[in-house]
Each structure stands twice: as C-alpha cells, then as structure tokens.
Design a protein. Structure first.
Length: 97
C-alpha cells in the first residue's frame, strides 16, 4: 500500500509538470509573449539571488552589493559562469580581509 501511495503521489506531481511542456510545443505564441516567457527564468533567479547578496555580511551590505556588481560586470563580458562566481567570491573575500 505504501508503494502504491508513493507511486500515486509521483504521478500527481509529474503530470502538472509534463502537460505544459507538451502543450507549449504545439502552440504558436506571439513574439512578445515568447519574449516575456523567456525573461521569467532571469527574473526568478534575480529574486532568489538578491536577498543573499544583501545579507552576505549583516553589518556591511555594501560588500555583497559590490560582489554582485563584479559578478554582473564579468557576466556582461560573456565569460564563463565560473569566472563570475570566482570574481564575486574573490571580491567579497578581499573586502572582508
């Protein structure tokens, strides 16, 4: 009975995730809708990252802001993501020494 419950919960969880993927492939959306939908992951990522940037050091939120700005500047150079991460880490480390 437990396995049946787990299997049922897995199906109920996966169905709402798979249905939009299959439907979106068949829909012809207007270009402005596609542009808006493509921006959602970046907005969600920003909403997740920004509070962490502000709370790197509670007494000095400017350290996190500068680290975030360095990461953004490196990202604007179209370098690999690892360089953005390393740049932000090194910046925050140097500012907190």
């Amino acid at each position: 009975m437990t396995m049946l419950t787990i299997l049922g919960m897995a199906i109920v969880t996966m169905v709402p995730r798979f249905i939009p993927a299959f439907i979106m492939d068949r829909l012809a959306l207007k270009p402005w809708i596609n542009k808006w939908l493509n921006a959602i992951p970046f907005a969600a990522l920003g909403a997740l990252i920004f509070p962490g940037v502000m709370s790197v050091i509670e007494e000095a939120p400017w350290v996190g802001i500068i680290g975030g700005l360095v990461a953004a500047a490196i990202a604007l150079l179209n370098l690999n993501v690892i360089f953005s991460v390393i740049g932000a880490i090194v910046t925050v480390f140097l500012l907190t020494m």
